[in-house]
Design a protein around this ligand. Structure first.
Ligand code: SF4
Length: 232
């Protein structure tokens, strides 16, 4: 089976908390988040179309260093057959399988959970649960919030290990009131804050500022008061 995958899997000690994993980058995304820095991965391009056996060989080279395989993107659920295939192969190797997703395909996530193929899942929560604000960040017209709400409900009623993650972005996602609304939505457990860092590949070039140390400290204080995890 083939899949749209960018580059070779990379070893990571940070993307899957407490685990070492191989990260595989599935190409193609249904959103266009202004702060996205994976812009070369957003379009399905034939140059990325590879045989999954090639990916498996590359993972096998690190087999004895890793606890699992983590697929991210792009949005991996858009290639659901390939995603299922790599999840199955991973479990056949007695490795754990993790997924990072924007949460817009709850039916795919449910199918993978029903088949016991996911050991860890991280869902990006872009902003507050408001259609206008979500559209401002994701730059798409389709209504996706109901789907993301379904994904959140699926994970909360499952036994899978999961995380919701929000990227703090200067001028976009930066108010404590926004964070409180997201907290009311997803709950304080399993919620992680990370911070945007400008790069050359950010989709919206106007987003070229970082938070100051004082601003980051304010977010850390907020996280501490609300028992949240920070990764910055
Ligand atoms: S940041 Fe947004 S546009 Fe970029 S890969 Fe993730 S969901 Fe897609």
């Amino acid at each position: 089976m083939k899949a749209y995958v960018a580059g070779k899997p990379i070893l990571s000690t940070t993307d899957w908390p407490s685990n070492v994993c191989c990260v595989v980058f599935f190409v193609g995304c249904n959103l266009r988040c202004r702060f996205c820095f994976n812009t070369p991965l957003l379009e399905f391009d034939e140059k990325f179309h590879v045989d999954l056996d090639q990916i498996y060989q590359e993972i096998e080279a690190s087999r004895f260093l890793i606890d699992g395989v983590l697929v991210t993107g792009g949005e991996p659920t858009l290639q659901h057959d390939s995603l299922r295939a790599i999840a199955q192969w991973t479990h056949e190797q007695n490795l754990m399988f993790g997924l990072m997703t924007n949460g817009t395909k709850p039916s795919i996530i449910q199918q993978l959970l029903d088949a016991n193929l996911i050991d860890y899942i991280a869902v990006d929560i872009k902003t507050v649960p408001n259609t206008t604000e979500y559209a401002q960040i994701t730059q798409i017209k389709q209504e996706i919030l109901p789907e993301i709400k379904k994904t959140i409900a699926i994970l909360k009623s499952s036994n899978v290990r999961y995380e919701f993650r929000t990227t703090l972005v200067p001028s976009l996602v930066h108010h404590e009131t926004q964070l409180r609304k997201i907290l009311d939505w997803v709950g304080p457990n399993h919620y992680v804050l990370q911070a945007f860092r400008p790069t050359d590949t950010v989709l919206d070039p106007k987003l070229n500022a970082s938070f100051s140390n004082e601003e980051l400290d304010k977010f850390r204080k907020f996280a501490h008061e609300n028992n949240l995890v920070t990764r910055f």
